[in-house]
Write a protein that binds this ligand. Structure first.
Ligand SMILES: *Cc1c(COP(=O)(O)O)cnc(C)c1O
Length: 418
């Protein structure tokens, strides 16, 4: 990858007409280490959040020794960069042939489930391959409720009564038993974890089987953008959120058990930005060369405001408006359908115009894995950038409505007219 200090330098040097991703390995390593240092248990990076090999390799190099995987492609991706790392197969509903591959070829010995029929599938494979059930840990996923930007608890998870029966059955057959949950993604209040931990404690007390661990899943929030006119609550700082989770674990008597987390977004979100180009400005609409079907699908739910910074094209000499005044622009994506309009505006200087570049920050989570080839567009060019997205202050005309953890963004920077 070509290297630059900032996204702005990359944009001005390359003048790209198609999206370019800026990968920030030092930011990824720092965010990985911050999680590892603060979480009181095992950290299994959730490969689905961003499974690019350069991401997995950076995460492994920063100290992650376990991966949360869900498919044969993810087993292979994790093994390729970290052959000695442990893999946790936490998808609750699996193909039997994938279970076989996991146990036989990848040596996976930790799996999740939430239904007796899934247990039968696993048990058949274990018997067929003469694996000792006592070497296999089965984590029963419990259903939880709560508020996340992405609510993911509707699809998976057993109700307490079913979970208890399943745990007892798994135990009777000689397996090691754990409890897991996953509260959703971009969870912005600690109570969501607190109530899931309380449910896990009830289930544990009633199941009365020995446990090998509690897996609290992912969902830890990453910082995103801030609508300058909105009254959004700041995103909780993951360190204090982890602290609260630790107190909940203590309160519910889980300090005797190994704890596992499966963070994705909180580790990888800040590590990538994308440089897009304004192909056309029409009033307060900006038509850009990326969109919902490309790198920006993660803003779909409307709950995430992406931070955006204008990088004016120096070739454009004349501009209307004042660079220091922000306005909200509707962002239309590159494909030929009206789904491809971002649900939230970008706040940019009113001077923005056709030909300008925009660096969209904190897209490391889910953006690359959810890209499609719809309409023939598929952003796939990468450069390496050393400075964090929020540190680029070398031009005065940009504005990044970026949220830093626990506090709101720096004030808009005033700029020069072109
Ligand atoms: C998606 C997923 C994760 C990662 O979630 P983040 O919100 O990105 O931290 C962890 N565990 C499971 C089971 C998941 O499905």
């Amino acid at each position: 990858m070509q290297r630059f200090e900032t996204g702005r330098q990359a944009a001005l040097a390359l003048r790209p007409d198609h999206p370019v991703y800026c990968f920030r390995p030092s930011v990824l390593a720092a965010d990985t280490r911050a999680f590892l240092q603060n979480f009181p248990g095992k950290t299994a990076y959730a490969v689905k959040t961003n499974g690019e090999s350069f991401v997995l390799a950076t995460v492994a190099k920063a100290g992650v020794t376990a991966f949360d995987v869900a498919s044969p492609a993810e087993f292979a991706a994790a093994r390729e960069v970290a052959p000695a790392a442990e893999q946790l197969y936490m998808h609750p509903v699996k193909a039997q042939s994938d279970i076989r591959l996991a146990l036989e070829s990848y040596g996976i010995r930790t799996l999740a489930l939430d239904h007796p029929d899934e247990f039968e599938k696993i048990h058949r494979v274990v018997q067929a391959f003469d694996v000792d059930p006592g070497a296999v840990s089965l984590f029963v996923r419990i259903a939880t409720r709560g508020a996340a930007a992405y609510e993911l608890s509707k699809k998976f998870g057993a109700a307490p009564k079913e979970a208890i029966e399943l745990m007892q059955r798994v135990h009777r057959q000689g397996y090691r038993v754990g409890i897991c949950f996953h509260v959703g993604s971009q969870v912005e209040d600690a109570d969501t974890y607190g109530s899931a931990i309380a449910t896990a404690a009830q289930v544990r007390a009633q199941a009365k089987v020995p446990l090998v661990g509690l897996d609290v899943g992912g969902g830890f929030p990453a910082p995103y953008g801030r609508d300058p006119r909105g009254s959004q609550r700041p995103v909780p700082d993951p360190v204090s959120l982890i602290g609260e989770i630790g107190r909940d674990l203590e309160r519910h008597g889980f300090t005797d058990l190994p704890i596992v987390a499966e963070p994705g977004r909180v580790i990888v979100a800040r590590s990538l930005s994308v440089i897009v180009r304004v192909m056309l400005r029409d009033g307060k609409r900006l038509y850009i060369n990326d969109g919902i079907w490309g790198s920006l699908s993660d803003s779909w739910t409307g709950r995430i405001t992406l931070p955006a910074r204008l990088i004016p094209d120096p070739a454009r000499r004349r501009r209307a408006g004042k660079a220091g005044v922000l306005d909200d622009f509707r962002i239309c994506g590159v494909t030929c359908d009206s789904v491809d309009i971002l649900s939230r505006p970008f706040w940019l200087p009113e001077t923005v115009d056709t030909g300008d570049f925009i660096e969209i920050g904190h897209i490391g989570a889910y953006s690359l894995s959810l890209r499609t080839r719809f309409n023939g567009f598929y952003p796939d060019r990468f450069v390496e950038v050393s400075h964090p997205f929020e540190d680029d202050r070398d031009g005065l005309e940009g504005f990044a409505n970026v949220e830093t953890w626990g506090e709101v963004a720096p004030e808009p920077l005033s700029g020069q007219d072109g």
